[in-house]
Design a protein around this ligand. Structure first.
Ligand code: PLP
Length: 389
């Protein structure tokens, strides 16, 4: 059977490769510590589960949902924005329910990119921006995220010819995989750039509630005039331990929301209403739930940072996300170091190059294991003399 050529554009899905390696190690009887995929290890808060249970018993929730989201869900999303970021969004025209942010990201280029158009894609990055662009017939233009620039793209390096042909700029702060945060100045510059070249900025805000100390992440919609050129994708996955539920929302520019909605109307049939009820419970009580969900990560982060630094690394604590992005020791590339960690220490962690060529030289730890397991991971590194040199 001959599949479409576009599938040949796709590298093996990063986490599929990791899963395969992990399964092989488990089959060999190795006690694997999985710090690979960014999937919270703790359950969804019980109040959110209860809201879903209640909604399940109501037959009104069993049929097709309104494709764009129920009014109540969209209102809860708008209220969350106002309370969390001080931004007013009209729930009727500026909010759209999505089936997790991956779905929104994957469909957006089909609404905005024609054959041969460019999108501006950070590297390293969540792989969907690039692949979705290619599926839609577009050409991803790489914006390197370099440590010396705080993992922010240097917009002055984008050639004018490319900028003129670009339809979407993808941004993701707090950032996966680097843990970096965007500054207000950077967002201001990005909004000006997007206005100059008539580009839609798609801000992927999947990690907005995973932050430490006093570093509360911004929404790009806080920037004056941003609504003219920005759409922001929000997910309940990481903020509320709801990765399996598949629910999020897009907010921002009404034309962009409407275009994405039109595309989606012809592809999917929205988010199950009972899940939207759970989403309402989460969003209306986000302060309570996100505190509960994300408070576990700071001590875990500290265990890993202190541990790695005791093994020769010199890593500053991440300000946000549940990822630690750190350089591999000299003499290894990221794939080799990732293989070494699995073979010698039974630790699964993705090679940075899986997030793009500028991820080479780094690996990522997801803080999705208990403090004890993380301490054990560090101990295994110490026992096997895996150090930064
Ligand atoms: N965006 C980024 C940067 C991510 O890291 C992820 C998941 O890991 C997603 C989007 C997708 O999240 P979801 O589809 O669960 O909302």
């Amino acid at each position: 059977m001959k599949h479409a050529k576009r599938l040949d554009l796709v590298p093996p899905y990063l986490f599929a490769e990791i899963d395969k390696k992990r399964n092989e190690a488990i089959a060999k009887g190795i006690d694997v510590i999985n710090l690979g995929i960014g999937d919270p290890d703790l359950p969804t808060p019980s109040g959110i589960i209860d809201a879903m249970k209640k909604a399940l018993d109501d037959p009104k929730n069993h049929n097709y949902p309104p494709y764009e989201g129920t009014d109540k869900y969209k209102e809860a999303s708008a209220k969350f924005y106002e309370k969390r970021f001080g931004i007013k969004l009209d729930y009727k025209t500026e909010i759209l329910a999505i089936i997790g942010s991956k779905e929104g990201l994957a469909h957006l280029p089909f609404a905005f990119v024609d054959e041969g158009d460019y999108t501006l894609v950070p590297d390293p990055a969540y792989p969907v921006y690039k692949v979705a662009t290619q599926f839609a017939g577009g050409i991803p233009y790489t914006m390197p995220l370099l440590e010396e620039n705080g993992f922010l793209p240097d917009l002055t390096k984008i050639p004018t010819e490319i900028a003129k042909k670009s339809k979407i700029m993808f941004l993701n702060y707090p950032n996966n995989p680097t843990g970096a945060m965007a500054t207000k100045e950077f967002y201001e510059e990005a909004v000006q750039f997007a206005k100059k070249y008539d580009i839609l900025i798609c801000s992927d805000l999947a990690y907005s509630e995973q932050y430490y100390d006093d570093y509360k992440p911004l929404s790009i919609l806080e920037i004056e005039g941003s609504k003219d050129v920005c759409i922001e994708l929000n997910s309940l996955s990481k903020s509320f331990n709801m990765t399996g539920w598949r629910v999020g929302f897009a907010g921002g520019n009404a034309e962009a929301i409407s275009a994405l909605g039109k595309l989606k109307n012809n592809v999917d049939s929205g988010v199950f209403k009972a899940i939207q009820c759970a989403g309402i419970e989460a969003l209306e009580n986000f302060e309570k739930y996100t505190k509960q969900v994300t408070k576990v990560y700071q001590p875990r982060r500290d265990v890993v940072i202190e541990g790695l630094n005791s093994l020769g690394w010199n890593i500053k604590p991440a300000k946000a996300t549940f990822y630690i992005w750190f350089p591999v020791p000299k003499g290894y590339n990221s794939t080799e170091f990732s293989a070494l960690m699995l073979d010698k220490a039974g630790i699964v962690l993705p090679a940075g190059v899986g997030y793009g060529e500028y991820g080479e030289g780094y690996v990522r730890i997801a803080l999705t294991a208990s403090e004890d397991r993380l301490k054990e991971a560090i101990q295994r590194m110490r026992d096997n003399n895996i150090r930064f040199a």
